[in-house]
Ligand binder design. Sequence first.
Ligand code: C2O
Ligand code: CU
Length: 442
Amino acid sequence: MKPNTTNIRYYELTASEFNWKISEEKTVKAWGFNNSIPGPVLKANKGDMMVIKVKNDLREATVVHWHGIRLPSSMDGTDDVQRPIQPGEEFEYRFVVPDAGTFWYHSHQNETEQMERGMYGALIVEEDSNVITDEDRIFMIDDMKLTATNEFKEGNFFQRWFERHDGREGETLLVNGKENSLIKMHAGQMERWRFINASSAKYFRLHFEGKTFKIIGTDGGLLETAQEVNEVLIIPGERVEIIAGPFAEGEIFSIESLPYNRMTSIKPKRQKYATVKVGASKPSVAFIPENLRTIESLASHDAIVTRKVNFSVGPSWKHGINFLVNGHVHTGDKPVNVGELQVWEVSNTSLMDHPFHLHGFFFQVLEENGKPLDYKAWKDTYNLKPKSKIKIAWIPDNRPGRWMYHCHILEHHEAGMMAHFEVVDPMKGAMKHEHHHHACKN
Ligand code: C2O
Ligand code: CU
């Protein structure tokens, strides 16, 4: 057993309603953590224990999910594994963060409202790798749909129908809770920018007016090698880490999203989120190694499928349309055993995109529509294009309990596109005694 040298990081988050100034002209009645959108950045080093006390000062129940963290099921922050935190109550989350990367926390209760109003924040776990940059910044991407008087009020019956079908998108475009922000950086420097898409439904196609940048990481930390691109799609729930720069003094460009047609009634648009201004040059200490890290393959791309999961839509007598997993709304799936390799074929037979998200475990995408991917990555959120399928591999490590997967378009999740399942330890009876002595009880 490892000696008990775990560092403990204590944090307190209070959920409440407050006035949040998005810009000079716009102030909203936000819901969020510690009176800010996003909530505070929670930081830890790989292997630390986090102790986060969440107090609920809202007038309704909430629960906080730690998106991407491989934590014990009882700490996952869903109403499936805990009683939601009632108004006036508090709950203490305690878990070790085993992986470095860009993660985030968000409400997992009445999400279409609580997250839309601002209940999210970043959780960064630092690695001990040799990536050195001149600056490390977080960009939490969101959009709000506001009325002319800056309220969140639901629309009429038809607007609500479209919101359920399309997911809620709005015209108030936020980076870290602010509209039209100005980001200043130095010429000649290379910065690490961590993008987190916290929106309800926006497919954010990151673009710097054509300038190239390097992708170094995704959901579960670094890639094996950096990839040079001039755009990247970041779907709701997903994270992308990039190296921005070096740029020349005087350059000005916008952080924008190119149009993406995800096959809904919302017209794809090119939208500007923020402006970057490059100032006087400063020496750089940045060093991006050729090999960022090694990712072992869990399975070969032709591994035999152990389970099929299907996302689809179907007619609903009550709502017009239902969002389904394996033909059902808010359904359950068969249990999986600790230690048994999972090879899932996840298909989307609907005519629109859905971000597939698995709680608590990372997967590798082995194939998309029968073709192997040309890079390896640890993912917890991956886009399912219309009429397509992916093959993923993952291992239920020794964290038995209740878990789930769902579409990360919040309105689709709410409308039924989710399934619970259990990770079971087949040795449980025999293991009980062992467990008692050796488990690090979180
Ligand atoms: Cu980021 Cu179940 O969610
Ligand atoms: Cu969906």
